[in-house]
Design a protein. Sequence first.
Length: 555
Amino acid sequence: MITNNGLLHDTTTSASFFTCARTLNPWFYVHTQHPVLECMLTSKNFLRTVSQVGAPKMNEQTLRQFQEISALLNSSLDHGEIRQRAIEAATIIMDAEAGSLLLLDEATGELYFDVAHGEKSVAVRQVRLGFGQGIAGHVARTGEPLIVNDVQGDSRFSRRADQASGFITRNMVCVPVRARGRFLGVLQAINRKHDGLFEDNDLQNFVALGHQVGIAIENANLYEEIHQLFEGFISASVQAIESRDPTTSGHSQRVASLTCRLAEIVNLVETGPYARILFNAEQIKEIRYAAVLHDFGKVGVREHILSKAEKLYPAQQEAVKTRFDFIKRTLEADTLRRKLEIYETNRHESTQTLFAQLERQIHDVDDMFSFVLKCNQPMSRSHHAAPQPLPQLERLREIADQEYRSFDGMRPYLTKQEVQSLSIAEGSLVGEERRQIQQHVSHTFEFLSKIPWTKSLKNVPSIAWSHHEKLDGSGYPRGLKKDLIPIQARMMTICDIYDAMTAADRPYKSAISPSEALRYLAGQATEGKIDSALFDLFQKEKVYEMTLVRPSKVA
């Protein structure tokens, strides 16, 4: 058994250590530039292991096995793969019938069988051991590795695992698994094959393997923590967008779900222009990040423009209403003044004519105001195929040409700015406001370009930057044509348009049915604005059904 006597002190880092460490683990040489991993690799436990084992003490076969196992353990950052490989390595190195990895449940302080290898492994995974319970619990409590060649005669042995599985344990070697001084669990090799016994040099080799497993698990933990940190950043970014534009809440996530699903469908096609396209897991993740963040640039757009529900802002609407009320009050005052003049001059005119005229004038003003309110409602794509008809624009101008007497002279019923806004053919934005909205795509690219993306995610900014481009060059912000638009962005364009049209939460338009949205997209495909092959997949495979289960104003 290895004890603490004569072990290398924490502060000792000699050339022989690095030589030996690199021999045991080729990965060590490549990754010691990373400060976190360097700290992990030079922890006292790893130093002790290498110092005790030492490359010269290993035979050539064992050394080769360690090199292969080390490379295998560190070739993945997936928790499940690492743990399964650890158990397989334990049975190979120790020439054992079975093996298990017990991990610490920090919530309960118990050890649980995370992975077990052997014929009876499934039943064992339900067993939990407390600190000090069983041989594994003893190793966890003392921190010392242990060989027990007659477990049935050892009072520390817990038979719960054997009882659960029907397996008969004869002997075992058990070592703690640590990383950066933190206890992670216990690694076990069970029953030396051919009725053999475990020896002291087996313990040394198993301790080395235990530390390799600890490093691999900690690497995966660190990677997962970084991944969760970034996922949290993504979530916070989306929340920041939606807090400024609550009316589009959920849009980014829906577009991401639709686009990723369409990418998965593309992976399955065997004919057509995308038969050779195959997105791997990292590329799907890249698409998801680009889709979730595609509207992040809206943080750079003024909030009142983002939330503009009608052609006139609320303050403008109130100003128009107040003006038309003032016009009516002025007409009433003029009528009363004329009535007073009749009485004062003793003219024999009927006042009924005056009030009948006033009633017609009030009705005309109310009618004009109702028309203004109607014009104030935004028109959406589904409600028209061309700009507003000329008579409607003409009537707006006729109203604007009329004047009323204000305190400082004659004023028009409608200002030029109000006429411009009320004449908007589609949506609720005037030209300059629409340009500011369109700038959100460039803002998104500028923001995303500042993030040091990994190699597998390097295309996130360019994908998000291109989601409003059209194949015929009519899109924005760069007017790209087909060959310059990434397929990922082409997929997102279809999904973004579909969700925007069917969403019931847009203040400037009413939602339309999925069938109407699909007809519109079909028209866009026919006109060469969106990718017809991708749209066919979107429609044929019913990708759009992913977002049908949500609140909607569409009957």
